[in-house]
Design a protein around this ligand. Structure first.
Ligand code: SAH
Length: 213
């Protein structure tokens, strides 16, 4: 649909203005049709730079947030990436388009199932499971990258343990109202941490996250 293509192009221009500099990330976000990951009433707002409801009190992340986190993950083709919080599946699709081998975990089975339908329709070979992602996914560990798309009270240790040498963990950490993005890199068996700007995520709920209300 040409109108949506134009709107998507405008979204990319806006992301560039807002400071996203990785051309591969911008190219892929021009390609992935975000409107296919949102539900009907929000279809027309898919290319606004805003988070949108996807049901179960969850949201598809803001495009700027997806772009920023993806850029920080430093994705390369063939890299094995674990995502915690599949949600709509949009972030996973962006990573798959970048050539990553994507594993993703979602605690709401209803959301997981609709994301799976979109993956299938678009032909993405993304491996997913339902359940609590705060304990990671040992079966396929270690990962070159781990991306957590919900706000955590602290960094879940299992995720650090499942990082490969040189791997990067991108995770928002803070309280329930605001978080800062942490980038943890495994270097020579140890961990280097940097803390970047603030974001607002839905809570990461689980054994190593927030307690369920
Ligand atoms: N990456 C998603 C963002 C969805 S919002 C997208 O592109 O649309 C974050 C998601 O994390 C929500 O769907 C929420 O249900 C999920 N979540 C929260 N805690 C989780 C946990 N411990 N394990 C797996 N998923 C979790």
């Amino acid at each position: 649909m040409p109108r949506l293509d134009d709107e998507r192009k405008e979204m990319i221009d806006l992301l560039r203005e807002r400071g996203i500099i990785d051309d591969r990330v911008l190219t892929v976000m021009m390609k992935v049709e975000r409107h296919l990951f949102v539900t009907q009433p929000f279809f027309n707002r898919a290319y606004e730079d805003t988070a949108l409801p996807i049901g179960k009190e969850q949201t598809i992340s803001q495009p700027y947030t997806v772009a920023f986190m993806t850029q920080e993950l430093q994705p390369r083709s063939g890299m094995k990436v674990l995502e915690i919080g599949t949600g709509s599946g949009y972030q996973a699709a962006v990573l798959a388009e970048l050539g990553c081998r994507v594993y993703t975990i979602e605690r709401h089975l209803e959301l997981l199932n609709s994301a799976r339908r979109v993956f299938e329709k678009l032909g993405y070979r993304i491996i997913s499971r339902g359940g609590d992602g705060t304990v990671g996914w040992t079966e396929f560990a270690p990962y070159d990258g781990i991306i957590v798309t919900a706000g955590a009270p602290e960094v879940p240790e299992p995720l650090m343990n499942q990082l490969a040498e040189g791997g990067r963990l991108v995770i928002p950490v803070g309280d329930l109202t605001a978080q800062r993005l942490r980038i943890i890199t495994k270097v020579n068996g140890g961990f280097e941490t940097k803390e970047l700007q603030g974001f607002k995520f839905v809570p990461l709920i689980g054994k190593k996250g927030w307690e369920k209300k």
